[in-house]
Design a protein around this ligand. Structure first.
Ligand code: NAP
Length: 549
């Protein structure tokens, strides 16, 4: 069983005990008390452990290993000894490999308070020996693991390093799989999140979580603060970069449901921190009971980074990497990658020059598709009560000539709509129109200022005009009074949900479609491709709407 340990930076007894009680209430198995700055009152360390709501790890991390403890080793040993002096003892002590190897005195005093493998567990305290690198993957990573594992009193091996790319996580998984003793192998930073969320899939001894947000506010007012609070790690902040909170692990990433067979998906882009895709797809897996988890997957902008990372994840079979949403700047890279690997590329995605969905089939074959254009077609079809064939000969005005416009123009032209592209930069509109001349529908370009007088059945805004924070702007600043009934106005912007363009169109009696509808539908098509189940679109809509309002 992989334990969930909440790491608490101890500032006072009351604060630490309150945080441990909340962690217990929210389903944590263990707490780690980081006593780096809580070393002045040695008897308090005994009380810290004795009155803990959960079994605990006691760690006093020195500054030279990324912690906050700046004192000498004699005092640090006294800290550990006092933590072990009560009737109830810590479940584990965590000491650094460097400290343990360099001093015979440190070794013998630590060994005196922890269990030994050849004796009954009379001390009830196991030893975690750890090694950290806050800058990158240590060159001697595997040697460090071997040195730690060979320490007779070491019960748990721990290594943590700053991940420079998603590929580092694979080494963390391999270290878990090849363990000779229970192992914690974690990557730090934004690229390291998979090692933390998927620790349970690979049988890690534990993963760490930051206290759930709000724990600090649940600390009793006037709690004793016998030791001044160091400014660097407030009460409810992670004790290591990239550590998710207990709530995120439990609710968002559905920790309790993760098994060795759980399929892994993600959103690939750069940056991806703002993406709503993890929220909707994880909620969708939850609602349908699908055994999957969906992660942010930041990959540096180059094709080489994309290729190397995706290949590494595909090659690690126990990961069960089954697909990704792909966003800026990797949509063209996805097409190239899948073509190079001999996979299947949706013809219209190739024509558009961008794909947003990678599907990895059980036999390892790959498919690249574009669900953006399909979402934009189906949103309009549903509002008109027609199927895609019913789009033939409709007059469609597209504002903008960027990536979104290209996908939408391609989709409508393929189904026989007559598309006019209105764009600020005339050459770009002309170039886009020329690249779809062989489609069933006519595609032409027109100056942006001709838009107001142009006849159309459907108007689609594919520019950021009106997007937050410029919410008073509109691509039609003079309003939409002349549109008339029956016209469909569709704004691809989803923040805000109701743009000024849509508000004006509604006031003029038009049917309107929001960018949320397109976003939800493109995600629903991805969900279907990966799971073979219809997506719970109401759940998707609720998640997106809650995040945007
Ligand atoms: P893009 O490739 O950068 O293209 C932006 C287009 O907007 C260009 O044609 C640009 O004109 C035009 N534009 C930008 N600022 C303008 C201004 N102030 N006045 C007039 N024209 C302006 O962007 P994109 O990827 O196509 O995205 C466009 C919009 O679609 C964004 O608002 C995005 O939120 C939305 N979108 C929504 C979804 C969804 O699921 N709902 C999906 C994708 C995109 P020039 O050619 O003259 O530079």
């Amino acid at each position: 069983m992989t334990r969930l340990a909440v790491a608490i930076m101890v500032r006072s007894l009351d604060q630490a005990h309150a945080a441990a009680a909340v962690a217990a209430e929210h389903g944590a198995d263990l707490v780690e008390y980081r006593v780096d700055t809580f070393t002045d009152d040695l008897p308090a360390l005994t009380a810290l452990v004795e009155r803990s709501a959960l079994p605990c790890i006691v760690t006093c991390r020195p500054t030279w290993e990324g912690g906050e403890y700046g004192g000498d080793e004699a005092m640090r040993l006294a800290v550990f000894e006092h933590a072990c002096a009560g009737a109830r003892r810590p479940a584990y002590l965590d000491v650094e490999l460097v400290a343990y190897e360099r001093s015979a005195d440190f070794r013998s005093r630590i060994d005196a308070v922890v269990d030994h493998p050849d004796e009954p567990a009379t001390r009830d305290t196991g030893l975690i020996v750890s090694s950290h690198d806050f800058t990158s993957r240590p060159r001697d990573l595997y040697q460090r693991v071997t040195r730690i594992a060979s320490i007779p009193t070491c019960r748990i091996v721990k290594v943590a390093w700053m991940a420079r790319s998603l590929r580092d996580n694979i080494e963390a998984f391999e270290l878990q799989a090849s363990r000779v003793k229970p192992t914690i192998a974690l990557c730090m930073g934004e690229h390291g999140l998979p090692s933390r969320v998927l620790a349970k899939k690979f049988g890690a001894f534990l993963t760490f979580a930051a206290p759930a947000p709000g724990i600090a506010s649940q600390i009793p007012q006037g709690a004793a603060t016998s030791v001044a609070r160091a400014p660097s790690v407030p009460n409810n902040q992670p004790t290591a970069p990239g550590q998710p909170t207990l709530n995120e692990l439990k609710s968002f990433y559905r920790w309790d449901t993760i098994t060795p067979h759980t399929r892994v998906f993600g959103v690939v882009g750069h940056p991806v921190g703002h993406s709503m895709s993890p929220a909707i797809h994880n909620a969708g897996f939850d609602a349908t009971g699908f055994d999957g988890v969906y992660l942010p997957m930041p990959i540096e902008p180059s094709y080489e980074s994309f290729k190397a990372t995706i290949l590494t994840w595909l090659d690690h079979k126990p990961l069960h990497f089954r697909g990704a949403s792909v966003t800026i700047p990797h949509k063209a890279n996805l097409l190239r990658f899948v073509e190079e690997r001999g996979g299947q590329v949706e013809p219209l995605a190739k024509r558009i020059g961008a794909a947003n969905t990678l599907t990895v089939h059980d036999d390892g074959s790959l498919t690249a598709t574009n669900t953006d254009y399909a979402a934009a077609l189906d949103a309009v079809c549903d509002s008109l009560g027609i199927d895609r064939e019913g789009l033939a000969d409709r007059q469609v005005a597209v504002i903008g000539a960027g990536g979104a416009a290209r996908a939408i123009v391609a989709g409508y032209a393929q189904y026989g709509s007559n598309v006019t592209i209105f764009n600020r930069t005339a050459d770009k509109a002309q170039g886009l129109a020329e690249s779809f001349q062989d489609q069933p529908g006519d595609v032409t370009a027109s100056p942006l200022d001709a838009l107001h007088d142009a006849p159309f059945d459907v108007l689609i805004n594919c520019t950021p005009i009106g997007m937050h924070p410029e919410t008073d702007d509109s691509p039609l600043p003079d309003g939409a009074q002349s549109f008339g009934n029956g016209v469909v106005v569709f704004d691809t912007i989803y923040n805000p949900i109701q743009t000024r363009l849509l508000r004006d169109a509604q006031a003029a009696g038009c049917t309107t479609i929001t960018g949320v509808e397109m976003f939800v539908r493109q995600a629903a098509d991805q969900f279907k491709a990966w799971t073979q189940h219809d997506a719970p679109t109401d759940v998707f809509r609720n998640v997106v709407t809650a995040r945007l309002t």
